[in-house]
Design a protein around this ligand. Sequence first.
Ligand code: PLP
Length: 415
Amino acid sequence: MPTTSPRLDRMALRAQFPALAQEVGGHPLVYLDNAATSQKPQSVLDALAAYYEDDNANVHRGIHELSRRATTAFEGARVKLAKFIGAPDSAELVWTRGTTEAINLVASSWGMDTLGDGDEILLSSLEHHSNIVPWQLVASRTGARLRYIEMDEQGRLILDYLPELLTDRTRLVAVSHISNALGTVNPIREIADQAKQVGALVLVDGAQAVPHRRVDVQELGCDFYAFSGHKMCGPTGSGGLWARRSLLESMPPYQGGGEMIRMVERDTSTWAEIPHKFEAGTPNIAGAIALGAAADFLDEVGFNAIAEHERELLSYALERLDDMGGINVYGPTDLDERSGVISFTMGDAHPHDISTILDSRGIAIRAGHHCAQLVMQHFGISATARASFYLYNSTDDVDHLIEGLASVKEIFGPA
Ligand code: PLP
């Protein structure tokens, strides 16, 4: 059995995640549903508790000690997260509830303001519904048209057709950095370079990338980058949208309310500076502060170690699944083109049955269409089982998964 990366002390790491220490149904928990959400380290839980125990106050408005502390921690986290994704200016990072809200913000604000009849939005058939449905909503209200970059039999985007898909009507290319359904890693820089040639903006859904690799929004050459805190060891309801300053400044507010205004008159108002213009109402203060702690945690472990560890797990798991036989794994065969997500089917066993049998052994995976029904349609299936890794998983976890799948095989017979 291969050992995991020496640079990543998995046992010490794992011990920092209280939820991983529990048993489920009398079995030690094997958590392999990380593409849905990650577990949280103690430092993140402590940051959440510390805000509520010591500094609980609303931000920006209060002229008292607790409000000053809360504001300093809240804005400090923004600076931290901006740096974490390579943003040149922390004012370019808008806090959101996560990737979904970040994309909806762009669709509602930039999309509704800018798009018109016959304009084109280029998506891909690999997308999570969060990067499809907001654009459908905008298209139906503006007359814009949706077009798609298709994928090949391994779930890789076919970029050969990109020059034809990009026209002088293309206003936006919106693609995922990494697919949650297949693990495909998309060549964002290449896509962005081509999009720029027709003057289109580029939005990247980074939900599955920011937790697993060093993201630099400037190197990617994109205009908008969306991500979720809960998939990167942070709290649910936290996340962000990065966009270039000039774009954010040109966009109308997304929601109205407190915090986002400069001056309110009876009939009109003027707006606060970015990023506050897009942050109406009391924000998720504790969430943002704890997301800052999650970024510190990941920085401390280091993305080189995380990426190397996940690749080893992926390689080991694919090898064991292949040895087992009867398992159909979807997604790219080249490990350089995929992340630690394994989507698979097993003969006649429905993915929900696979997941239920594994759950009875304390193993958490996901089964379903993974909010990516276009991916399922592409492969002519309705669902897959999906195991997804993170920094605290081990080859032992993979072994448990394989043993669990062997028992699925016993029940359903060979494929
Ligand atoms: N995009 C991708 C690729 C995802 O995997 C997910 C969540 O699974 C989302 C978007 C939506 O993220 P959230 O629910 O955190 O807004």
